[in-house]
Design a protein. Structure first.
Length: 176
């Protein structure tokens, strides 16, 4: 009797383990490699029906950067060159940093989950360096900019689909 019970329990566990929720059934947040990934600055008047509402961010703070300029740029698969959209965001960041000369930043380089840990750390470093080099070329003192790579260790979005990967391939500017 015990053997029969264990056999039924094992069969039930096996069937349960075989069922799964397919990620393909859920529409990804972003379609394609770069399409629909918002990179533009927010002016504090968009979203949540806040038309005409001024930003309440403290000038020179991380929130000010995020709300009024944008704190991240995105990269193509296995790339660290800056797309035109990324340059637009970085131009705005350079202007913002010009308004706040006492603010220092750290550029975080990130990658998606594909590839080895070591490869993604190196790719994240190249991405962070690309952002730093561009900001420096726009007149920001390199002393004010640090870089760090997190590789695939800090994903912005969890998921094994092109939309998630596109959002994780990024450079993020953090106010220190």
């Amino acid at each position: 009797m015990l053997i029969r019970f264990l056999s039924i329990a094992l069969l039930a566990v096996s069937l349960t383990a075989c069922s799964s929720n397919k990620e393909g059934d859920v529409e990804p947040l972003v379609m394609g490699e770069r399409e629909n990934v918002s990179q533009g600055p927010l002016d504090g008047t968009e979203g949540y029906g806040g038309e005409g509402v001024e930003s309440s961010a403290v000038p020179g703070s991380q929130q000010d950067l995020v709300v009024n300029v944008g704190d991240r740029v995105f990269f193509g698969y296995d790339r660290y060159d800056l797309a035109p959209e990324a340059r637009d965001v970085l131009d705005a960041q350079a202007q913002w940093l010009g308004r706040y000369p006492s603010v220092n930043v750290t550029i975080e380089g990130h990658s998606d989950e594909r590839g080895t840990r070591e490869y993604n750390l190196a790719l994240g470093e190249r991405r962070a360096s690309s952002v730093k080099n561009y900001l420096t070329s726009m007149g920001v003192d390199p002393i004010r900019i640090n870089t760090i790579s997190y590789g695939k260790e800090r994903p912005a979005v969890i998921g094994a689909n092109p939309g998630s990967w596109a959002q994780n391939r990024r450079g993020v500017t953090r106010v220190e």
